[in-house]
Structures are given as C-alpha cells and as structure tokens.
Design a protein around this ligand. Structure first.
Ligand code: NDP
Ligand SMILES: CC(C)CCC[C@@H](C)[C@H]1CC=C2C3=C(CC[C@@]21C)[C@@]1(C)CC[C@H](O)C(C)(C)[C@@H]1CC3
Length: 418
C-alpha cells in the first residue's frame, strides 16, 4: 500500500460525513428528479409520486445496454486520433499523453445511430427505460469507484491526488485517491469526463425528442431549442477537448465516486431533465420568445467560449497575438495572471457564461414549474463551491499576486453582484 506521507486532512465537501451523505443524497436526488419529471404535478420540492420497487429499477437489459454503450465509447476512444496532447507536468516531472478524438467519437456515434435508426432501431423507446438505465449506471459507477479505490492502494505515492489521500476510506473513496488511473495508455478519468456521459446526455435528449414526435406528430419548438442548445454545448466541449486537460478535475482531483457517478450517471440522467419535463409536460412557445431565448443562449455561449479560449490561448503561449496585448500580473511561480479582457471583468467569466446558458436551457420549459430550473439552481451551487475551491488553490499557488488580482478584479462571477 502506498504510504500516506503528505496526506491532507479531509476537509472538503464536509469531510467524511459530508462525503457519506453526498454518496446517498446524489443518487437519491437523481431518482427523485427522474420520477417527478414524469409525474402529473412535476413538483420539485414535493415527495416523489411513488417509490419504485426493485422490479422497476433493475433490468439486465438496461445493464447490458449501459455496458455496450461504455464498450462502444471505449472502442471509439482507442481509434487513431488527429492529435495526441500532453497534459500538465506531474509530481515526477513527467507528462501524460491524451488522444484528441472526442469530436470524432461524437460524429461516429451519430453515424452509427443514423444507420441503426434507418434499420428500424426504436430510439424513442429509450425514454421509457430511463429509470432502469439510471439504476444500472449508478451500479456501474459504484463498482467502478470501488475498483479504482482498490487500484489506488497499490500505486506509488507520487501517483496520488493531493486531495483524496487523507487516510479516511469513505472520504478518499468519494474524492478519489489516484490522480490519473490508467491501464496502459487508457486514461479512465479523461475518458469518462467527456465521452460516455456527455454523448449519452445528447442521445437521451434525442430519444425524448423522437418519443415526443411519436406521441404528438412532431417535436415541439421548446424541445428543439433544448436539444439544439445542449448539443451545441456537448459538441463544443468535444471540439475543444484539449482544454479539459487544464481543469481542476484532471489536474487536481482524484478519480473516485464523485466524478465516476457524476460523469456516468448524474450528467446524462439529470442534465437531460428539461427534455424529460417537456415530453410529459408540453409547453407552448411562440417564435418571438424563442428568439429571445436563442439570444440569451448566444450571449452565454459567447462569454463562456471567449473566456475559456482566451485563458487556454494565454496559458499555451502568452505571446500569441490574440492575447499578447492583454494586461497581466506576474507571480512568483513565473506564470502570469490576466487582468484585462474577459478575466479583467470578473474572476470567473467562464462560469458566468455557463450560468447564462443554463438559464436559456430552462426558459423553453416556461415558468409554471420549478423543476426544469433544477439545473440552474444546482449549477449555481456547484460553481459557487467550485469557485471557492479554486480560489483557495490559487491563493496557495500565487500568494500575494492573487491578492493583487482580487483587488484589481473584485467580483468573482457576476459583476457588481458576486
Ligand atoms: N457543465 C458542468 O457541469 C460544468 C462545467 N464547468 C465549466 O468548466 C469550465 C472550466 O472550469 P474550471 O476548471 O472550474 O475552472 P477554470 O477554467 O476557470 O480554471 C481555473 C484556473 O484558471 C487559472 N486562472 C484563474 N484566473 C486566471 C487569470 N486571471 N489568468 C490566467 N489564468 C487564470 C488558474 O489556474 P492556472 O493559473 O494554474 O492556470 C485557475 O486555477 C468552465 O467554463 C466551467 O463553467 C465546470 C464544472 C461543471
Ligand atoms: C455529482 C456531483 C454533484 C458533482 C459532479 C460534477 C461533475 C458532474 C462535473 C465536474 C466537472 C465537470 C465538467 C463538465 C461536465 C460536468 C462535470 C464532470 C464539462 C465536461 C462539461 C462541458 C464543458 O465544456 C467542460 C468545460 C468541458 C466541462 C468540464 C468540467
């Protein structure tokens, strides 16, 4: 077993007790949302319409379907890539290599699906299987996290994540002990972060749209908007796949239950909540309102993409002409911090853009129910918490220079508000 030297006190996410609570609360919330979305009243805050028995949750076919999906995405991951990118420098000064072929996986999945559907594959039927599929995905995430935890016990200390190496098994199981678990060149965390869950999310959305077309003759305008916006988001993530290599999930967090469940179950089954709601609760949406919502999504996307690309370009090459004129602060580490452009507006402009898009994804569902706004509420909490975690890390990394950045750019996410 790897020694626990350098282990940190388990303080994030409320320590071991918080981690244990989240491991129960997150799957329970996901099942609550799935049940409520199809109920007549669709009340986010009320009790679930019924408690499903094991026969409604467990289906060997659903498990087989989930495993086939993971197998297909793993096979697409292993195909030759247009580029192989290097990750950030690790503790032992080495850099891992990652295939950049996520967008190719999305296109190939769409082609395979098109072929399947033209041969009579009833994609809409997937919408009837969401409960057993979510159960199977949760089961897979639990077993997978357990295997990852066991694997982490035999790796050298330098391979452990700074946060999930506290010595408390519950906390470490939740946060993840090993930073970059791999078998040969297959990187489990990088694979799960971007492919099965994100592509699965748009697949579920499409299935819900097909089902709506079957029930009502054609998909509603609201369903088109939700599908279009979220496809753009997923397509964008896979197109800019390399950028994920600098996120805290890849650089700092281990791969444990939080990310395994988040990637494989939470993302596909809760991020598709608006489309689930629309299938069972059709909402009228006029063209002028639809145009306003498209504009809100475009503004959000413009800020999100602009901010993320500006930082990535700057981090890759500060003398790139697109960022060379921006004002910066020097830090003791040799790295610089941007203080003008998007990063001079607030300290997390990318979060602001992401939140504006989240609003645009809920608005097509009208304002009669709170349920479709769950994503916006959850995402606000996630990003506020994430911002606090990142702030702490930047303070540790950059010290006085970070204080100076906070002085120059006082707002975190929303100008003049937060
Ligand atoms: N849809 C979803 O569920 C989720 C989406 N996201 C999205 O993922 C994206 C990535 O988010 P995340 O990884 O949290 O954080 P960021 O992309 O904001 O990265 C934060 C890092 O950027 C660097 N940085 C911060 N300020 C500056 C500056 N002024 N100049 C230069 N570099 C700076 C620091 O790292 P360093 O200095 O080491 O480079 C810091 O640690 C966001 O767009 C977010 O909205 C995130 C979580 C969930
Ligand atoms: C289940 C818990 C509440 C927490 C789980 C969090 C995860 C669901 C998210 C952590 C960071 C994520 C990112 C994306 C998806 C959600 C998770 C995995 C992301 C891939 C979405 C698309 C974006 O363009 C991105 C910037 C690539 C995102 C990276 C972070």
């Amino acid at each position: 077993m790897a020694p626990l030297q350098g282990s940190r006190a388990p303080t994030e996410f409320g320590g071991p007790l918080g981690a244990a609570a989240l491991m129960l609360l997150l799957p329970a919330t996901m099942f609550h949302l799935l049940l409520v979305a199809r109920s007549g009243s669709a009340r986010l805050l009320g009790p679930p319409p019924y408690l499903p028995g094991l026969e409604a949750l467990w289906s060997p076919w659903a498990l087989l379907l989930c495993l086939t999906w993971l197998g297909l995405q793993a096979a697409l991951y292993l195909l030759p890539a247009r580029k192989v990118a290097e990750g950030q420098e690790l503790k032992d000064k080495s850099r891992l290599r990652y295939p950049i072929n996520g967008f190719q996986a999305l296109v190939l999945t769409a082609l395979l699906l098109g072929l399947g559907m033209s041969a009579g594959l009833p994609l809409g039927a997937l919408s009837e299987m969401l409960l057993p599929l979510a159960f199977a995905a949760t089961l897979i995430a639990f077993i997978f996290s357990l295997l990852l935890y066991l694997k982490s016990l035999v790796v050298p200390a330098f391979a452990l994540a700074p946060g999930g190496n506290s010595g408390n098994p519950i906390y470490d199981f939740f946060l993840g002990r090993e930073l970059n678990p791999r078998i040969c060149s297959f990187d489990f965390k990088y694979f799960c972060e971007l492919r099965p869950g994100l592509i699965g999310w748009v697949l579920i959305n499409l299935a819900l749209m097909m089902q709506e077309a079957e029930l009502r003759g054609s998909p509603s305008l609201a369903m088109w908007l939700v599908n279009g916006f979220q496809l753009l988001y997923v397509g964008d993530a896979l197109w800019h796949e390399e950028a994920v290599l600098t996120t805290m999930d890849i650089i700092r967090d281990g791969f444990g239950f939080m990310l395994a469940f988040g990637d494989l179950a939470w993302v596909p089954f809760t991020y598709s909540l608006q489309a689930q709601f629309l299938l069972y609760h059709p909402q009228p949406l006029g063209l002028p309102m639809a145009l306003v919502i498209c504009l809100i999504n475009a503004v959000g996307y413009y800020i999100f993409r602009g901010a993320n690309s500006q930082k990535n370009t700057f981090r890759k090459n500060p003398s790139d002409p697109r960022v060379a004129d921006l004002e910066t602060i020097s830090t003791a580490t040799g790295r610089q911090l941007l203080v003008s452009g998007w990063w001079g507006m607030v300290r997390h402009p990318n979060y602001l853009g992401d939140l504006i898009m989240a609003l645009a994804w809920s608005l097509p569902c009208g304002v009669s129910h709170l349920l479709p706004y769950f994503y916006l509420l959850y995402f606000t909490a996630l990003l506020v918490h994430r911002e606090a975690r990142d702030e702490q890390q930047c303070l540790q990394k950059y010290g006085l220079a970070w204080h100076e950045y906070c002085r120059r750019v006082p707002y975190r996410i929303m100008p003049y508000i937060y």
